[in-house]
Design a protein around this ligand. Sequence first.
Ligand code: PMV
Length: 360
Amino acid sequence: MTLNQYIPTNLTKEINKGEAIWTSPSNIALVKYWGKKKHQIPENQSISFTLDACKTKTKLSYEKTNKVIDNYSFDVYLDGEEKLDFKPKINTFFERIEVYLPFLKDYHFKIETSNTFPHSSGIASSASGMSALALCLMSLEKELNPEITQEYFNEKASFLARLGSGSASRSIEGDLVVWGAHKAIEGSSDLYGIKYPYKVHDNFKNYHDTILLVDKGEKQVSSTVGHNLMYNHPFAKTRFKQAEENITNIKGILETGDLDGFIALIESEALTLHAMMMTSMPYFILMKPNTLEIIDKIWAFRKETGLHISFTLDAGANVHVLYPEKEAEAIYDFIKTELVAYCQNGHYICDRIGFGAKQL
Ligand code: PMV
């Protein structure tokens, strides 16, 4: 599948050398993407909060090679240290996107990257990392063709990021992003994420996400393997339909500021994601005992106080505690006194909704 609209035809400038630096955030899905077709096309639509503090900074230095080369020429560094083990993933990414960036083999690249969150925090860096790299490459395309519009730049950056990691397509902009064509969301596409185009109630402005690091180890099951287990999954069809309905439902919730409706929808999404993992073949469990302890405590505290604390999960044991700005003080106190004890080495990250990638 090649999409002509992303194949550049007008790369008129000669650029020998240069660099681009971007920071790009992580995101947390409210309606989860789990299951994909060929070419990183999602089986269902998803929507996420863009995060603010958890991000990747990437500097891409490029220099024209005057040789004709068969392979991509690049070196990659994390926190100043060369990372040979990152190369295969980037190589695969380059293979997928070369048709859209036909100049990839004309340059030698130095990719220097760092994350604001610790590498071994169990927080996936693929969304922020792949989107940061896609943006740096788009900056080079813009050097070669200064005519491209901002709209095309963002759309293609998301399109390319998606080919690196599906959820990365949702990290270019903020504060809410939809990925996947949905009849109720104008402009939505399977190919790239779009900024959520409708009214959002003040209740959801500056929403908090405190990430409790329950297990900082490497994931036992990669998301690629997990997505693939949705093929032939007995509940897949119903799940994809449910996600579609949840996107329709969240639209009303976001507009009216319905916090109770929001909580019910996102917690059900989080548990459904894990239920899909537990009911695939082979089956697996990514939650840990402390994940469940935290969920129990959140439910008890919510019942007792009526405050709008809620949780979501991604493909791991860590818990994202989500809560509105106007209740932040009391909820943060509770997190510190009651929940942090369940985190590995007491580690957690205070984040909130953010507004997307930035060029430095
Ligand atoms: O982008 P991937 O292929 O790592 O998939 C991410 C899937 C979830 O994080 C579990 C859900 C989501 O929508 O982000």
